[in-house]
Design a protein around this ligand. Structure first.
Ligand code: F6R
Length: 604
């Protein structure tokens, strides 16, 4: 599930404001209900407040309910089992009103467990989570401690279940229990307090030091102690890692939506990457071991989902053209269950903004079992894909909050370019200089916002459907452009190789259908012009995004500066991001929170 978890236990401060602020920081991930539980030691009363809808409504409700206490757990839920409702919102409470549980993930065998163990227990929700909390209550009634009951409950969950559990027992009001498999959970370390969160961004106002929980581990957290136990129940220790993100980076500042802020941050993302990956004399700072392992491979397999997959399509062109290494790109959800025949000595690259995408992780686990080497490129250090791959390189894009990914795509393409370049003998391109120039060029494009706002309002806001076309790398960017448009503006959009139009899709072109052609590849620009003419002859409204060298008088469109064709996607994608943004805005939609979508997809 895509839900968010926060928990707090401390000596000095009220927990509710901290938890609610945490939930607000998690809003970007998508949710449809929210809830909080705070044990009140003073009055010996438990306070459970839940709301269907926005966190702001929960905040009002909590204010009115006078919630008080210095520990508590809270959750934003994205419905999977059962509709969004107060009953189905978390925390879920045991029938004896002693245990409270929030949960990210899916318990595959929850009905089976309910029928086996809980036939005489009254249920109030349709959730798998309620089964989990009732099981804990039952095992405690049978004589186990809370810790043992949690251990037993998790051991009964089917292997393909995913969970991040945060549990409280009202008999120990300062203690939080955590357990996890597949779904991320972090324990944040403070002085006189500790926190739990599914996403470090939610708790950066409290702490920057976190301990990650690994699969099948259980943690017991009090204000002044954190204890971790492995699957066998043996106590283990793990050092915290430091998250080096300024909490202000997660603020919207003067922007109406994060997405525009993040589009504007793209030049900075590239510059950060240049600082990180190029040394003072222009040498590339990627470890020799990674480079040697990739050079020793006979094929690269890039595995990713959504926008990250689209950036992989561009990367593959660079690995093949610059480094001469055959490269395949695969959608992770397909690769996981329909694995193609692999080469003798493959090397895997995982691309993931969040580092938590369950589909990609499934592949990585298979890759690890087979003993192949891998590299994760991700924006979130210490994320699951980061930790579980042989190597990891950070994207340096800064927190990406809007559901629609923009700067992570730019960062992924940039990092793949740097890696492909480091693997190549190609000397006729000064990549560092070219990328610095691209950062400046992107700045000029984002400064042209008014142009794209106008085009979006005239061409796309009224449209039912739209098409992005291009050839070569432009076809890859078309896929990304169409995804961005559909996911935030709900305009049915398709992106595909321009030459494919006449093999079927041309039938959809009607009077006024927007066709946006990307034309940055000198080799095929003439052919794309032919394809545009075919659509115009059927009534399409054509708009071109092309480079200065390839522009022609009379074009209706936007002209980009000239750039190496393989790097052109870094420029051509930016107008398409802005077109999607202004189309969504023009249609009066919530740009950052498109319906049915969430930022980090931690279920398959
Ligand atoms: C679209 C978008 C998604 C993600 C996809 C993979 O704008 O953001 O398509 O790219 O869910 O997520 P990550 O990159 O976190 O693995």
């Amino acid at each position: 599930m895509y839900c968010g978890i926060v928990g707090y236990t401390g000596l000095n401060y009220q927990s509710a404001p901290i938890l609610l602020k945490g939930l607000q920081k998690l809003e970007y991930r998508g949710y449809d209900s929210a809830g909080i539980f705070v044990p009140d030691v003073a009055d010996n009363m438990d306070q459970l407040v839940k709301e269907k809808g926005r966190v702001s409504e929960l905040v009002d409700l909590v204010d009115r309910s006078d919630v008080s206490g210095t520990a508590g757990i809270a959750h934003t839920r994205w419905a999977t089992h059962g509709v969004p409702s107060v009953e189905n919102a978390h925390p879920q409470m045991s029938a004896n009103e002693r245990f409270y549980l929030v949960h990210n993930g899916v318990i595959e065998n929850y009905l089976e467990l309910k029928h086996k163990y809980l036939t005489d227990v009254p249920f109030v929700s349709d959730t798998d989570t309620e089964v989990a909390v009732q099981l804990v209550a039952k095992f405690v009634e049978d004589g186990l401690t809370t810790f043992e009951a949690l251990q037993k409950m998790t051991s009964l969950l089917a292997d393909n279940s995913a969970y991040g559990f945060l549990l409280m027992d009202d008999q120990e009001p300062d203690t939080m229990y955590v357990a996890k498999r597949k779904s991320p959970l972090l324990i944040g370390i403070g002085e006189d307090f500790n926190v739990v969160t599914s996403d470090a961004l939610a708790m950066l106002d409290e702490t920057h030091d976190f301990i990650e929980l690994n699969d099948n581990e259980i943690g017991v957290i009090k204000p002044e102690s954190v204890r971790l136990f492995n699957r066998e129940g043996e106590e283990i220790s793990r050092e915290p890692f430091h998250v080096d993100i300024d909490a202000s980076e997660t603020d919207k500042g003067t922007y109406e939506y994060y997405m525009l802020k993040e589009i504007d941050e793209q030049p900075v993302a590239i510059r950060r990457m240049l600082d990180k990956y190029f040394g003072e004399t222009g040498e590339i700072l990627i470890g020799d071991q990674i480079l040697n392992d990739i050079k020793a491979a006979d094929r690269i397999y890039i595995v990713a989902a959504g926008t990250s997959y689209h950036s992989g399509l561009i990367g593959a062109r660079m690995f093949e053209s610059w480094s001469g290494i055959p490269t395949e790109v695969h959608v992770s959800s397909e690769f996981a269950y329909e694995q193609p025949l692999l080469s003798e000595n493959p090397f895997f690259i995982f691309l993931s903004q969040s580092g938590e995408t369950a589909d990609s992780r499934e592949v990585l686990q298979n890759v690890n079992r087979a003993g192949f080497k891998s590299l994760t490129m991700t924006n979130v250090e210490k994320s699951t894909l980061w930790r579980e791959a042989t190597y990891a390189l950070p994207l340096m894009a800064g927190p990406e909050i809007a559901v629609a990914s923009t700067k992570a795509y730019i960062a992924q393409v940039t990092l793949q370019a740097i890696l492909a370049y480091a693997l190549s003998d190609r000397i006729d391109l000064d990549l560092e200089q070219e990328l610095s120039k691209i950062a400046v060029d992107i700045q000029a494009i984002v400064d042209d916002k008014a142009v794209f706002e106008k085009v979006a309002n005239e061409l796309l806001v009224p449209a039912h459907s739209a098409f992005y076309i291009g050839r070569g790398a432009d076809a890859d960017v078309s896929l990304e452009a169409a995804l961005k448009l559909k996911e935030i503006s709900y305009v049915q959009a398709e992106g595909f190789p321009a030459g494919e139009l006449k093999h079927g899709t041309l039938a959809l072109i009607e009077d006024g259908t927007p066709v946006i052609a990307l034309m940055t590849q000198p080799k095929t620009a003439g052919l794309v012009r032919g394809n545009i003419a075919e659509t115009q002859a059927r009534g399409a409204e054509a708009y071109t995004i092309t480079t200065k060298a390839l522009a022609e008088p009379g074009d209706t469109g936007y002209v980009l500066p000239d750039v190496d064709p393989l790097l052109a996607p870094l420029l051509s994608v930016v107008p398409t991001q802005l077109l999607a943004y202004y189309t969504s805005l023009g249609r009066g939609l919530d740009v950052d929170h498109p319906r049915n979508l969430a930022k980090s997809v931690t279920v398959q």
